[in-house]
Write a protein that binds this ligand. Sequence first.
Ligand code: ATP
Length: 241
Amino acid sequence: MNDMTTLPVTDAPALEMQGVTFIHRGQRLLGPLDLHLTGCRRTLVMGPNGAGKSLLMRLAHGLLPPNAGRVHWEGRPPRQAMVFQRPVLLRRSALANLAYALAVNGTSRRDRKSRAREALERFGLAALEKRPARVLSGGEQQRLALARAWLLDPDVLFLDEPTSALDPAAIKAVEDAVQEFHHRGTRIVMSSHDLHQARRLADDVLFLCRGRLIEHTPAETFFTAPATSQARAFIRGELVL
Ligand SMILES: Nc1ncnc2c1ncn2[C@@H]1O[C@H](COP(=O)(O)OP(=O)(O)OP(=O)(O)O)[C@@H](O)[C@H]1O
């Protein structure tokens, strides 16, 4: 677990969710949910399958509109990026994927390739710059997605189960990248099923069950003294319905 006193100083905008509810075909899948995230923390979103972790992050990131309630960023609008379990990459080379993201972001044509190459280097992908992104291995694709997010210098990075399909070495590469983002001052909001990973990374934990946010506590409290029977069962590795 991480020392809360060593968090980087940041002016990243705080996220406020009030009464956020997502309904599909008459069924309430998430909420109503209130949440306030401040500071440059690593927040791990945990809970059983179907609890609403992805929905929560997609709503917070603005990919889905809520049916009720509001998602509000205090202060200036944040720069945001999101990394998914299966990276969404263009049918182009690794380098071209990054250059395209920079073009969309308004980077001048002159600077795109050099900046893209720096990011490939940082994420250990320099030798693969010409390779079509879609034939890269799962771990390489995830690093490419992280390199693309890195170029956007986000205030907030959402990661939706980014390591669930990866082997231990690739998981470590993703976790190292998460720490680098954090040290640069990016707020992390990441879902994971992996309790060991959460213990390694989390400053605080959001625990969801059946579309409800039932705990939001510092990681230490979550792992040593969870408040709910569902979280206690989840930590013990029991089936939580
Ligand atoms: N865009 C959508 N439209 C309709 N239903 C959705 C949508 N996204 C998710 N759901 C449903 O909402 C519920 C919560 O899904 P979600 O993907 O958020 O769960 P999760 O906690 O991330 O689960 P897992 O750990 O299995 O990935 C599920 O029943 C899912 O089928």
